[in-house]
Design a protein around this ligand. Structure first.
Ligand code: ARG
Length: 582
């Protein structure tokens, strides 16, 4: 559907033309004086210079040409502003069109396009920690936003499953159990189906091995093991398979609990087979060059304000690095999916890495000139005190523990306030806790740091996820008492609160588009916070179910029904959902 601003701008342009002036002066903007009007046009002021007459004269002439039925207020005021308030009839028509349009009239800006969303970035064999929360939450929301606006989306977790951590585990395991067949180079039998370690053992093996990285002998062993694994040594490959089959279900379980779902569980290992041909090709075409024994793609540009070092493709010892796998992954994605865009969500400390990789990909022709590459570098989640988030003993908090802390806190409120019957406590708690966690994060601009504040995020009042859920639940309960409401048409606003609510609803599509264009799910949060505020204001100022005039009542119900649908659509995009009771 057309945006309201575009509709009234077109009408304003026509009015300028009809009054004998150029259409270009007819641009309408949202009012910066909401106390006076909803929209305004300042074109008469600029037109006055060109036509050499008083701006108010032009404004008056233009106003005379406008269709009064569209506006409750349309006036020319000194020195030449045109102030507008939309009429109830205009809003009624617009919202009725929204109500019945697919996706509530949102513009399908992604129709026919494919976008790969690379987010999460979990590392196999290491438990998820709080650093993994933001890329998962932001990535899932952006992916859902792209999908809602018509893109074919492919979410890929891009597992860290091929690096030194694998070699560290192999080396540690060898020190502990050198007799295992995996370490016997002459072993020709079948490797056991059963893993030599459990998940909890693996969770202990990795940090132990990692802490030994400073021991040069052990580090050497781990590097060799990594290299041999990547060269395909069968015993190591078998250990790798065990690590994967133990680690992946656990990762999946935690992501599931966050309602974060991937279409593809590919990883660095899947990119490996694309590396040799890619490197050879870049070398042949003279794009990758030797530098101190390494093979690099120079990516510096004259306009750079800060030095951008070359993108390293192959290190002097012959091994590939993080950038190599990212480039090879692009080769795979272009071959298999031909995406129009690749969107990456990681910590902003990786900004330089992606700058180098994107430049190398364009320069090396790994992606097409028109393939869009975007990196969203998110900020850090700190503790409530603004300091880096640490456990009591100074360690890194596991993501699961954070989710559990939030869930426990919310559960105590749900139980204390007797919100639902015993058998519904867990399901309701999970929904509220997820909303608290996700909204607490997503309401911040992704690039900024924020402080995690359990009590504030979980509050049922204020700018929080639970408040949004509460508003939805309140509407649902009114609708349930009314009965069938889905087919009731929108009426003209009965009071100013209804009108404010209607105006807020009209911002749905522009908000989503802005959020996508700027990779800012926080704009959707701000929007639903405003919308929920309008709903609650309307609710407090209007007798809804108590209204005796059935026609009026039906109009109220259809309006809050549409508001509920829009709120639910938005929270679905953000990645959480509302319970039935709260
Ligand atoms: N595994 C990486 C890390 O822990 C994140 C991966 C992000 N995605 C990517 N395509 N590089 O830092």
């Amino acid at each position: 559907m057309k945006r309201i601003l575009d509709i009234i701008t077109e009408k304003m342009q026509q009015a300028f033309v009809d009054a004998g002036y150029d259409a270009s002066f007819g641009r309408v903007t949202v009012s910066n004086r909401p106390d006076l009007c909803e929209y305004q046009c300042n074109g008469a002021l600029s037109a006055a210079k060109q036509y050499k007459c008083a701006p108010i004269q032009i404004a008056n002439a233009v106003v005379a040409q406008l269709d009064a039925g569209d506006y409750d207020l349309v006036e020319a005021v000194m020195p030449g502003f045109i102030n507008l308030k939309l009429s109830g009839a205009f809003l009624q028509k617009y919202l009725e069109a929204m109500r019945t349009a697919p996706s509530y009239g949102a513009e399908m800006i992604g129709a026919g396009k494919t976008c790969v969303v690379d987010y999460g970035g979990a590392n196999v064999a290491k438990p998820l920690h709080i650093g993994h929360l933001r890329p998962a939450i932001i990535g899932e929301a952006l992916k859902r936003l792209y999908k809602f606006l018509g893109y074919n989306t492919i979410g890929d977790i891009h597992l860290g499953d091929w690096g030194l951590q694998m070699g560290l585990i192999i080396a540690e395991l060898q020190e502990r159990q050198p007799e295992l067949c995996y370490f016997d180079p002459d072993f020709t039998g079948e490797y056991p189906k059963e893993s030599p370690f459990t998940l909890s053992e693996l969770e202990e093996i990795y940090p132990t091995a990692s802490s030994k990285k400073t021991d040069p002998v052990f580090a050497e062993k781990a590097h060799t093991a990594t290299y041999e694994l990547q060269q395909g040594r069968p015993g190591y490959r078998a250990i790798w398979n065990h690590i994967m089959s133990i680690s992946l279900p656990d990762l999946r379980r935690v992501y599931d609990s966050l309602d974060v779902h991937y279409e593809k569980w590919l990883g660095e290992s899947d990119a490996d087979s694309y590396i040799p041909a890619m490197v050879a090709d870049l070398k042949d075409r003279g794009l990758a060059v030797e530098s101190n024994g390494a093979l690099v793609i120079p990516v510096a540009e004259e306009t750079d304000k800060q030095e951008i070092p070359p993108c390293i493709l192959v290190k002097s010892d012959g091994s590939s690095i993080y950038a190599t796998t990212d480039l090879a992954t692009m080769v795979q994605r272009m071959q298999d999916w031909q995406p129009d865009k690749m969107l990456y969500i990681t910590d902003k400390r990786q900004n330089l890495h992606f700058e180098q990789v994107f430049r190398a990909a364009k320069k090396g022709g790994i992606v097409n000139a028109e393939t869009e590459l975007e990196h969203v570098g998110h900020g850090t989640m700190n503790g409530a005190d603004g300091k880096p988030f640490k456990t009591r003993d100074g360690g890194v908090l596991r993501l699961e523990q954070l989710i559990k802390d939030m869930t426990d806190f919310v559960r105590s409120k749900v139980v204390e306030n007797k919100i639902v019957g015993d058998d519904e406590v867990e399901a309701t708690t999970a929904k509220i806790a997820l909303a608290a966690l996700k909204y607490g994060d997503l309401s911040n601009q992704p690039t900024k740091d924020y402080n995690f504040d359990l009590e504030r995020f979980a509050a049922f009042e204020g700018n929080t996820g639970p408040y949004i859920l509460y508003t939805i639940v309140r509407i649902k309960s009114i609708l349930a008492k009314y009965g069938a409401w889905e087919h009731l048409p929108i009426s003209t606003p009965a009071n100013i609160y209804a009108k404010d609510l209607m105006l807020a609803i009209t911002k749905f599509s522009p908000t989503l588009e802005n959020a996508l264009r700027t990779s800012s799910p926080n704009l959707i949060c701000a929007y639903i916070y405003e919308l929920a505020g309008c709903v609650n204001k309307f609710y407090h100022e209007t007798r809804i179910l108590g209204e005796e005039n059935e026609e009026l009542k039906a109009g109220y119900i259809s309006l809050i029904g549409l508001a509920k649908n829009i709120l639910e659509t938005c929270i679905h995009i953000l990645g959480f959902s509302a319970p039935e009771k709260m």
